[in-house]
Design a protein around this ligand. Structure first.
Ligand SMILES: [Cu+2]
Length: 172
């Protein structure tokens, strides 16, 4: 019986679309691209991904594009005297054999002028552009509104997350 369950799990794992979780592009490995679901009527949203560079040369993330929003930018969120402030991050270097993680309260792919709400369970394409690796299309998975994107129960929500429009300012 146990053997049967294991075999079944293995089959299910194989059936999952690999691109949704991890994508290799040249020396870059893009892992777990996800976005937080947005409430109805929200005009802004954010997506996150971990970028690993397994090569001997640094690369640079220069921009992002997506059809779901009027404007897409890479932003950096920082705490300035207790207020969370977001601003365009500019080019982001991915060091050789290094990792850059886009995550809540840090770097994120920002969607402004969302054409539709991000619904939990949906996926949508986002293209990241790298100076060396060129454009990389990601399938972003939409997770729950309160999601942290981690699978280990990490809870860090205090209500000032990107995308819900509360308690934060865009300095542009
Ligand atoms: Cu932002």
């Amino acid at each position: 019986m146990r053997k049967f369950i294991l075999a079944l799990l293995a089959t299910l794992a194989l059936a999952l679309p690999a691109a949704a979780h991890e994508q290799k592009h040249g020396d870059l490995l893009l892992h777990h691209a996800w976005a937080r679901a947005t409430p109805a009527g929200a005009k802004a949203g954010a997506a996150y991904v971990r970028i690993e560079n397994h090569g001997d040369n640094a690369d640079t993330l220069t921009g992002a594009a997506a059809g779901i929003a009027a404007m897409v930018e890479i932003h950096r969120m920082s705490d300035e005297n207790g207020t969370m402030v977001m601003a365009p991050a500019g080019p982001i270097e991915i060091p050789a054999h290094g990792t850059v993680e886009l995550k809540p309260h840090g770097l994120h792919i920002m969607f402004m002028g969302l054409k539709q709400p991000l619904k939990e369970g949906d996926t949508f394409p986002v293209t990241l552009t790298f100076a060396k690796a060129g454009p990389v299309e990601l399938q972003v998975v939409v997770e729950a509104i309160g999601g942290t994107g981690s699978h280990d129960g990490d809870q860090d929500d205090e209500g000032h997350d990107e995308g819900n429009g509360e308690g934060e300012e865009h300095s542009h």
